[in-house]
Write a protein that binds this ligand. Structure first.
Ligand SMILES: [Fe+2]
Length: 235
């Protein structure tokens, strides 16, 4: 058993190491963490030509991807490298802080990939399987759309996500509200993501949030949602 002094010394060393790692940046932490074989994450390129999305400018789509999405992927790698360095005897707040940031960055990566995968030239509709499920769970395509759009517009002035999710437990599709990256249905598979953070629209629309939601719906592409829904094994 370590003595009180030993334990305090160890904690001080851990805290100092944490501060040093933070000060030295990701590269050192990643080098040190290589021994535990970190998975690492590669940012994906935009899955479309940003000049071709109706209603959303190339400028905002590239900024959203390069600054917010790539930033989250980069941050996730740096956080994971620090998590593996953390002494199990470190104070709880260090675990709470790092693991919370890890969850934020990981879900930011996943939800942004779903957001970009949900955009295209618009004008289409879901495939037969997903269409049938939407009609079953929402009453009609229009009722799904009306609810999804109303949820997006209701988030104006705040931020968050509107997500079309499949829940195996509920056995149905759910339009889900989320105030930040950490709130997603625990067993959900994301089908459609609408990003309601200001960085997703302010450059193009200013405070006209409703116009952004309408533009997003005009560019909505169902191909990725159809593929993801088929993978759920539902229906
Ligand atoms: Fe975003």
């Amino acid at each position: 058993m370590p003595t009180g002094i030993d334990r305090r010394t160890a904690l001080a060393a851990t805290l100092t190491a944490g501060v040093m790692l933070a000060a030295q940046g990701c590269a050192t932490a990643q080098q040190s963490a290589a021994a535990v074989s970190l998975k690492g994450y590669q940012a994906k390129p935009l899955p479309f030509d940003p000049k071709t999305i109706p209603g959303l400018s190339e400028r905002i789509l590239v900024s959203h991807h390069d600054n917010n999405y790539v930033g989250a992927v980069t941050r996730l790698g740096a956080i994971e490298a620090q998590v593996v360095q953390l002494d199990p005897a470190a104070p709880g707040f260090m675990f709470n802080g790092l693991k919370r940031e890890e969850l934020l960055a990981m879900n930011s990566m996943i939800l942004h990939e779903l957001y970009f995968a949900s955009l295209g030239r618009g004008g289409g509709k879901p495939g037969a399987q997903l269409s049938a499920q939407i009609e079953k769970d929402f009453g009609s395509q229009q009722k799904w759309r009306d609810q999804f759009v109303a949820m997006g517009k209701a988030l104006g002035g705040g931020s968050g996500w509107v997500l079309l999710m499949w829940s195996p437990r509920a056995g149905k599709l759910v339009n889900q509200w989320a105030a930040d990256h950490t709130m997603a249905i625990a067993d959900g598979r994301g089908l459609i993501a609408l990003d309601m953070y200001e960085h997703a629209y302010h450059m193009d629309f200013g405070a006209k949030v409703a116009a952004y939601v309408d533009a997003y719906m005009g560019a909505l592409d169902w191909a990725n949602a159809d593929r993801e829904f088929a993978r759920t094994g539902a229906s």
